[in-house]
Design a binder for this molecule. Structure first.
Ligand code: NDP
Ligand code: 8X3
Length: 248
């Protein structure tokens, strides 16, 4: 299989690249930080191809796809993993730029990548798009505002892809993890405040990037007649909140 992974420079994406390559597949490692994907490609050898890519730029996506060398163009699996949360401030205080960046990356970037890769899959009569959703797209929490909304978008877009793709042989999955540690996610969300990021995981055994990579690998290696529409994972230590009731 040829697997195109966005956000392969860290976290889930890097872990996915490792598991696919170690199991004999080829991985295209896409992200903005060229040095990070080059380093990972050096670790993984000839079966990994680093591609500098900013998913928020349609020109960057088009150029990256057009420049894929012979032997790397027939993408079997697209993992739309690049994404981020910024901030946990309430809706009336959070900088609008943070919302714009999340929408540009998690929604606009994801659909643009999908639109670029999908025609080839449909023409070949096979393929799989795995989109990284989140529990934040299923359950609201304070400060989740636009981040959660982008992930709800990801899930509905994935289901609507399924509606369009029935009969084409192309599959689509929304992969929605809960609390997951050991990635840069919270450092990005708290804008480099490592203490605040670490606090998120204090006293927990969160999911790991390897848990998510193993799940993506399992989805991708199911028989072609099986489509996982949506799958949600949480660490055992995570649960649900009761409704908030503000009493006077
Ligand atoms: P990380 O911050 O560790 O990795 C995010 C990746 O996205 C990086 O490789 C980053 O690469 C890439 N990225 C960000 N913006 C862009 C962009 N504009 N263009 C290309 N690549 C970009 O996060 P995780 O691995 O934890 O998260 C991966 C995905 O999973 C995200 O979509 C996240 O929302 C989702 N998720 C995470 C959870 C968690 O708790 N960790 C739980 C549920 C879902 P670079 O900066 O080099 O471009
Ligand atoms: C990441 C999980 O709970 O931090 O998508 O929103 S959470």
């Amino acid at each position: 299989m040829i697997v195109f992974i966005t956000g392969a420079s860290a976290g889930f994406g890097a872990a996915m690249a490792r598991i696919f390559v170690r199991n004999g597949h080829k991985a295209i490692l896409a992200a903005r930080r060229t040095d990070r994907i080059a380093h990972l490609a050096a670790e993984l050898g000839d079966a990994a191809l680093p591609v500098t890519l900013d998913v928020t730029s349609r020109a960057s996506i088009d150029a990256a796809i057009a420049a894929l060398p012979e032997g790397w163009r027939d993408i079997d699996v697209l993992v739309n993993n690049a994404g981020l949360a910024l901030n946990t401030l309430p809706a009336h205080e959070v900088p609008l730029d943070d919302w714009d960046t999340m929408i540009a990356t998690n929604c606009q970037g994801l659909v643009t990548m999908t639109r670029a890769v999908l025609p080839g899959m449909v023409a070949r009569g096979s393929g799989l798009v795995i989109n990284l959703g989140s529990v934040a797209g299923h359950y609201p929490y304070p400060g989740g505002n636009v981040y959660g909304a982008t992930k709800a978008f990801v899930e509905q877009f994935t289901l609507n892809l399924r509606a369009d793709l029935v009969g084409t042989g192309v599959r689509a999955t929304n992969l929605a993890p809960g609390l997951c540690g050991g990635t840069e996610f919270s450092n990005v969300r708290f804008k480099g405040d490592d203490a605040a990021a670490a606090k998120v995981y204090e006293g927990t055994t969160p999911l790991s990037a390897e848990d998510i990579a193993n799940t993506a690998y399992w989805i991708a290696t199911l028989p072609p007649h099986v489509n996982v529409n949506s799958i949600e994972l949480m660490p055992t230590c995570q649960g649900f909140s009761p409704f908030t009731i503000k009493r006077s």
